[in-house]
Design a protein around this ligand. Structure first.
Ligand code: ARG
Ligand code: ZN
Length: 897
C-alpha cells in the first residue's frame, strides 16, 4: 500500500535554472546527532527566467532560519512542496542565509552527511547535497565554495574539504576549526567534507610542468600498511593523463579518503575523492590480484573525472554518461597502457567485454532497459547502471575506432577548448568529435537515444573465379520498454580474413585503388539496415574474423562451423576473436548439454544426470582446442586463463528461451569435470609450470601466471580426488598472498575434502580484523556449490554479518542472489522469499542498496511458469510493502509492468 506514485522526471522537460550561484560559504558545527550548517549563497537571476521563483531543493532537513538579503523570511514568504522550497518575487541579486540541522548519526542511507565508524563523511552525487542544506542542487548550477569546519579536536582531529586549506586553529572547549577554499567553480554534487580520526600517507609529486603537488591517501589508524598501491596508482594516473590527453592536475593538493561504509565504488569530489575501502586498501596479505587491478582502475577513474566530469560537467543527470562513459573509457585505456604489452591489452579488453556481456546485455534486454542517455527516471540513483557506464564507454570507444586515436584526441582537445568550466550534454561531446574531424556523426546519435543490444547478422559469398568475397551485414535491434521500433545504428565492424594457413590476408575493397601496404584489419562502417562489402583479390576462400577487438557493443551472428572456430582459436591474429571463437564453441556445447540434462530429467527415469551425460559423445573439437591453448607457452598465461574459463551460467542463461538454472549448472559442471579428466595430465603440468616462486608482485606477468595456475587448480578440484585435495590444502597452507590463498580455499570449499571446514575457520580467525577479507569469506560461502538458501540464512546470523554495511550486504546477500543461480532459483521459491525479506529490510535503512538488490529479479519473465509465479509473488510482496522508497518502487514497478 504505497501512498502515492513518485513522479517521473523527463529529459524533454529540462529548463535552465532560474538563478545562478556565484559563491557559497558554509559553516559546519559537526556533532554526530545534531550538526548545524550555516550556508550563505550569493546568486543572480538568470536573465532568461525573469519573474521566476528561486528554487531550492531540500530533504530531511530542519530549517532553522532563512534570510534573503538580510531579511528573515517567514513561512508566508516561501512555499515548500515535494522537496522544493520556492521563493517568489526575489530581486535579481540575492544573498541567502540558510541555517539547517541534520542528524548524521541516524543517516543510514549514506547519502548527504553521515557517520561511519565514528567519522564524518559526505556523498553528494547525485542529489545528496540537498540533505545538507537547501540549495539549487542541480549540476548546471556552479559556485565557488569556502567551507569552515568546526568540531571537537580529540574526536575529530582531521578536518578536510575541497580545495586548499587556508586557515586552521583552536577554539574554546576543546574544539578546533579548519577553513577550506576551492578555487574552482563546481556543482554541489562535487562538494565533500571529511572529519575524524584518520592518518595519511603523503607525498610531494612533480608534474611534467615542474609544479609540485601534495598527494595524500587518508585511512583509519592501522591501515597505513595498505596505502602504497593506491598512492602509486594515483601517481600513474596523473602521469598518464598528461601524456595521453595533455591534461594536468589543476590543484596543489589532491586527497583520497577511504571509508568502510559506502554505497558505490568511489566519488570524484573536487580535490577530495572519497573511496570505498575496497578500492584503496591493499597489501599481499589481504588483497587479491583482482583487487590490485580494481584499485588501479578506480583510482584512475576518479582522478580522470577531474577533467571529464569536474572541469566539464553534466548539464543534467540524463547526461550522466557524458562523464561516466567517457571516464570508464579513459580508465580502461589507462589500465591497458599500464600493462603495456599487446597481449596484456587484449586480456584487459576481454575482461571489459565480459563485464559488458554478463551484466549490460541482460540489462538491455530486461525491464530496466534504457538508452545510454535515458529519457526519463523516477530516481536518478537507479541510473548509475552498466548501460550508462560500460555501454557508455563502448560508445566512446567507437568514436576512437571510427576516428582513429589521433582523431579522437583532436575531438577531446576541442571538447575542452569549447566547454571548460561548463555543464554540457552528450550532443556537445559528439559535436566536438564530429567538428574536430570534419565528420558527419549525426546517425551516431542513435547510440545515445536507442536502448537494446543491436544484432549484426553476417554472411559471406566467395567467388572463386572473380577472387572476390562479399560480406553482407544486416543489423536489427530488439524492442525495449518504450521503444518498439529502432532505426539503424552507425556500427564500426572491424574485419580480417584468414587464409588456409591461418595468416591474415591483405584487404582491399572493391572500388579502391590498391594500397601500397594494404591493411589486414578493416573497419567497415555499417550504417544501413543491410549492406554488402566486397573484398577484391581474395586468392582463396578465407575464414572471416568479424568484429575484431569487439569493435561495437553488438551481438554478432555468423554460422561458424566447429572446425572454423577451432581454426580461429589456433590462428586469429586478433586476440579478442581468438578468445571469442573458444567462447562460441563452448557456448554451443553447453547449450547442447543443457538440453540433454533437461531431456534426461523429463524421461522420468531415475537416472543420474551424470550417467546420461556420460554416454554423450565426447567432444574432441573443444577438448583439443583447449588442450592446445593450455599447452601453448607462447601465449600469455593471462590469456590462456581466459580461454580456459567457460562462459558463466548467467551467460548461458541469456542464450536460452526459457532459463533452466539447475540444468545449466549441471551441464557446466559436467563439462568442467569432463575437461578435468581429459586434460588432467596437461593441467597438472601447467599447475607446476606456473608456480610463482619468490616475493609477491601484482604485476600483469605474475598475476597472469597465478590466474592460470588457479583456474587449473579449480579444474583439478573438479576431480575431487585425494591428489586435488592435497594440492589445494598445500596451496592454502603455503600461500604468501591472498590470491593463492583464496583460490585454494575456494577449491577446498567446493570439494569433499576433509579439511575444508577447518580451513574456513582458520581463515576467519586469521582475518577477523580485516573487514574486506571477511567479505571474501562470506562471498566464498554464498557462492559455494553446496550453498543453499539455508546456508545463507545461517551466515546472516553470524555475529560478523550486518545489512547496514553495504560491502557486507553485497558479500553475502548479493553474491548469493546474483552469483549462485542454481541455488537462488531453487524450485520451491525459497530463494525468492529470502530475497524479498532482504529487499524489504534494506528498503528501510538504505534505499539505494535495496534498489540494487531489487534488480536481481530483472529477468524473471525468462523462467519457467512455475518459477515465474513464485517470483511474481515475491515481487508483489515487496511492491505491497508500506513506505517503499522511490528507489525500490521504481525498480519493482518496472519489473512487474
Ligand atoms: N561518480 C561516481 C563514480 O562513478 C559514482 C557516484 C554514484 N553515487 C550515487 N549515489 N549514485 O565515480
Ligand atoms: Zn565515475
Amino acid at each position: 500500500m504505497r501512498t502515492e506514485t513518485p513522479p517521473t522526471i523527463y529529459r524533454k522537460d529540462y529548463a535552465a535554472p532560474t538563478y545562478f550561484v556565484d559563491t557559497v560559504e558554509m559553516g559546519f558545527d559537526l556533532e554526530p546527532e545534531l550538526t548545524r550548517v550555516a550556508t550563505r549563497i550569493t546568486m543572480q537571476r538568470n536573465p532568461a527566467a525573469a519573474g521566476k521563483d528561486i528554487e531550492l531543493y531540500g530533504e530531511e532537513l530542519d530549517l532553522v532560519q532563512l534570510r534573503l538579503n538580510g531579511k528573515t523570511l517567514t513561512a508566508r514568504d516561501y512555499r515548500v512542496q515535494g522537496g522544493i522550497l520556492r521563493i517568489p518575487g526575489a530581486p535579481a541579486k540575492v544573498t541567502l542565509d540558510i541555517e539547517t540541522t541534520t542528524n548524521p548519526q541516524r543517516n543510514t542511507s549514506l547519502m548527504g552527511l553521515y557517520v561511519s565508524n565514528g567519522n564524518f563523511f559526505t556523498q553528494c552525487e547525485a542529489e545528496g547535497f540537498r540533505k545538507i542544506t537547501y540549495f539549487p542542487d542541480r549540476p548546471d548550477v556552479m559556485g565557488k565554495y569556502t567551507v569552515m569546519l568546526r568540531a571537537d579536536k580529540k574526536k575529530y582531529p582531521v578536518l578536510l574539504s575541497n580545495g586548499n586549506l587556508i586557515e586552521e586553529g583552536n577554539l574554546p572547549d576543546g574544539r578546533h576549526y579548519a577553513k577550506w577554499e576551492d578555487p574552482f567553480k563546481k556543482p554541489s554534487y562535487l562538494f565533500a567534507l571529511v572529519a575524524g580520526k584518520l592518518v595519511c600517507q603523503e607525498e610531494k609529486y612533480k608534474l611534467q610542468s615542474g609544479r609540485e603537488v601534495l598527494l595524500q591517501v587518508w585511512v583509519e589508524d592501522g591501515n597505513l600498511d595498505k596505502t602504497q598501491h593506491a598512492m602509486d596508482s594515483l601517481k600513474n594516473s596523473i602521469r598518464w593523463d598528461e601524456e595521453r590527453f595533455g591534461l594536468e592536475l589543476d590543484l596543489d593538493r589532491f586527497m583520497i579518503v577511504a571509508v568502510g561504509d559506502f554505497n558505490m565504488g568511489a566519488m570524484e569530489n573536487k580535490g577530495l575523492n572519497i573511496f570505498n575501502t575496497k578500492f584503496v586498501l591493499a597489501n599481499p596479505r589481504i588483497a587479491t590480484d583482482v583487487d590490485y587491478a580494481n584499485i588501479e582502475a578506480v583510482v584512475g577513474h576518479e582522478y580522470f573525472h577531474n577533467w571529464t566530469g569536474n572541469r566539464v560537467t553534466c548539464r543534467d543527470w540524463f547526461q550522466l554518461s557524458l562523464k561516466e562513459g567517457l571516464t570508464v573509457f579513459r580508465d580502461q585505456e589507462f589500465s591497458a597502457d599500464m600493462i603495456g604489452s599487446d597481449s596484456g591489452r587484449a586480456v584487459k579488453r576481454i575482461d571489459d567485454v565480459r563485464v559488458l556481456r554478463q551484466a549490460q546485455f541482460p540489462e538491455d534486454a530486461g525491464p530496466m532497459a534504457h538508452p545510454v542517455r535515458p529519457d526519463s527516471f523516477v530516481e536518478i540513483n537507479n541510473f548509475y547502471t552498466v548501460t550508462v557506464y560500460e555501454k557508455g564507454a563502448e560508445v566512446v570507444r567507437m568514436y576512437q575506432t571510427l576516428l582513429g586515436r589521433d582523431g579522437f584526441r583532436k575531438g577531446m582537445d576541442l571538447y575542452f577548448k569549447r566547454h571548460d568550466g561548463q555543464a554540457v550534454t552528450c550532443d556537445d561531446f559528439r559535436a566536438a568529435m564530429a567538428d574536430a574531424n570534419k565528420r558527419d556523426l549525426k546517425q551516431f546519435e542513435r547510440w545515445y537515444s536507442q536502448s537494446g543490444t543491436p544484432r549484426v547478422a553476417a554472411s559471406v559469398r566467395y567467388d572463386a573465379k572473380a577472387k572476390t568475397l562479399e560480406l553482407t551485414l544486416e543489423q536489427s535491434c530488439p524492442s525495449t520498454p518504450g521503444q518498439k521500433k529502432k532505426l539503424p545504428f552507425h556500427i564500426p565492424v572491424a574485419v580480417g580474413l584468414l587464409d588456409s594457413k591461418g595468416k591474415d590476408m591483405a584487404l582491399s575493397l572493391s572500388g579502391e585503388k590498391t594500397a601500397k601496404s594494404p591493411q589486414t584489419t578493416r573497419v567497415l562502417e555499417l550504417t544501413q539496415a543491410k549492406q554488402t562489402f566486397k573484398f577484391t583479390d581474395v586468392a582463396e576462400k578465407p575464414v572471416p574474423s568479424i568484429l575484431r577487438g569487439f569493435s561495437a557493443p553488438v551481438v554478432l551472428e555468423y554460422e561458424y562451423s566447429d572446425a572454423e572456430l577451432a581454426f580461429l582459436m589456433a590462428h586469429d591474429s586478433d586476440a579478442f576473436n581468438r578468445w571469442e571463437a573458444g567462447q562460441r564453441l563452448a557456448t554451443r556445447r553447453l547449450l547442447n548439454l543443457t538440453i540433454a540434462v533437461q531431456a534426461a530429467r523429463q524421461s522420468g527415469h531415475v537416472v543420474s544426470v551424470e550417467s546420461v551425460l556420460g554416454n554423450l559423445q565426447q567432444d574432441d573439437a573443444l577438448t583439443n582446442a583447449l588442450r592446445t591453448t593450455l599447452n601453448d607457452t607462447s601465449l600469455d598465461p593471462a590469456f590462456r586463463e581466459l580461454v580456459l574459463t567457460l562462459p558463466s551460467e548467467t551467460m548461458i542463461a541469456e542464450q536460452m528461451e526459457v532459463i533452466d538454472p539447475q540444468a545449466i549448472h549441471a551441464a557446466r559442471q559436467f563439462l568442467r569435470r569432463t575437461l578435468a579428466k581429459d586434460l588432467s595430465a596437461d593441467l597438472l603440468a601447467a599447475y607446476e609450470a606456473n608456480q610463482n616462486k619468490g616475493a609477491y608482485s601484482p604485476d600483469a606477468t605474475a598475476s597472469g601466471k597465478r590466474a592460470l595456475k588457479n583456474v587449473v587448480l579449480s579444474y583439478l578440484a573438479e576431480l575431487d580426488d585425494e591428489q586435488a585435495h592435497t594440492l589445494a590444502q598445500q596451496q592454502c597452507d603455503n600461500a604468501n598472498n591472498m590470491t593463492d590463498r583464496l583460490a585454494a580455499l575456494a577449491a577446498l570449499t567446493n570439494s569433499r575434502a576433509e579439511g575444508k571446514g577447518k580451513a574456513l575457520e582458520a581463515f576467519y580467525t586469521e582475518f577477523e580484523q580485516e573487514a574486506l577479507v571477511i567479505d571474501k569469506w562470506f562471498t566464498l560461502q554464498a557462492t559455494a556449490r553446496t550453498a543453499d538458501v539455508e546456508t545463507v540464512r545461517a551466515l546472516a546470523q553470524h555475529p560478523a554479518f550486518t545489512l547496514k554495511n553495504p560491502n557486507r550486504a553485497r558479500s553475502l546477500i548479493f553474491s548469493f542472489c546474483n552469483g549462485n543461480p542454481s541455488a537462488f532459483h531453487a524450485l520451491d521459491g525459497s530463494g525468492y522469499t529470502f530475497w524479498a525479506e532482504q529487499v524489504i529490510a534494506l528498503n528501510g535503512s538504505n534505499p539505494q542498496v535495496a534498489a540494487r538488490l531489487a534488480r536481481s529479479m530483472d529477468r524473471w519473465r525468462k523462467y519457467s511458469t512455475t518459477l515465474q509465479e513464485k517470483m511474481r509473488a515475491a515481487l508483489r510482496q515487496v511492491a505491497d510493502t508500506p513506505n517503499l522508497s522511490r528507489d525500490v518502487a521504481e525498480v519493482i514497478t518496472k519489473s512487474l509492468s
